[in-house]
Design a protein around this ligand. Sequence first.
Ligand SMILES: C[S@@+](CC[C@H](N)C(=O)[O-])C[C@H]1O[C@@H](n2cnc3c(N)ncnc32)[C@H](O)[C@@H]1O
Length: 203
Amino acid sequence: MEHYFTDRPQAASSQREVRATLHGRSWTFLTDRGVFGHRGVDAGTRLLIETMVVRPGDEVLDLGCGYGPVGIVAATMAPGGRVVMVDINERAVVLAAENVQRHGLTNVEVLQGDGFAPVSGRRFDVVVTNPPIRAGRATLRRLFQDARDHLNGGGRLFFVARTAQGAKTLAREVAKIFGNVQEMEKGGGYRVYLSVNTGDHRV
Ligand SMILES: C[S@@+](CC[C@H](N)C(=O)[O-])C[C@H]1O[C@@H](n2cnc3c(N)ncnc32)[C@H](O)[C@@H]1O
């Protein structure tokens, strides 16, 4: 089976539109085979979007953006800020850029690449991610360490994971990296966590 985190999906393209109500508004997104959640916005993604706290001027990174639901909603919550959306999957990035354009958003950049490589040297107020759990523990650890290192002091990381896919274990790992983690919400088999970059925790 092809994994959704491949950089170049082989699955034949079959674009479609999916609808979702998120953050009190109705949205339509263009999706495709070979991209996570292509049949509809995932339940974990929804919980993350409804739980994340994005302020009007925040600089936000949506890490592993897929076709873009998290970053696009975040961009409407931060009209005076900016959202950068990154994904390793080329097809996802093309879709995300198209969805950004369709929603008329001008405060979003969409970049293709591995983890934080496309945003090297930049810092954010918020990193939000529905992480690629199947990429494995070493990759997740690298992504969360890099998240800490790309957050401003006091910057927030919001992430979601499925309870049955080791959400609590992942949260313990992230707590070691950040020195803190807080469960903000749970429901439908998912948990959303917050870690804050206190600037004084290095492992
Ligand atoms: C669980 S999906 C979430 C997608 C989207 N945010 C959503 O919630 O619908 C994880 C995403 O991470 C991407 N990904 C996997 N490994 C990555 C990496 N090393 N760097 C950047 N993105 C990665 C995958 O391509 C996938 O789109």
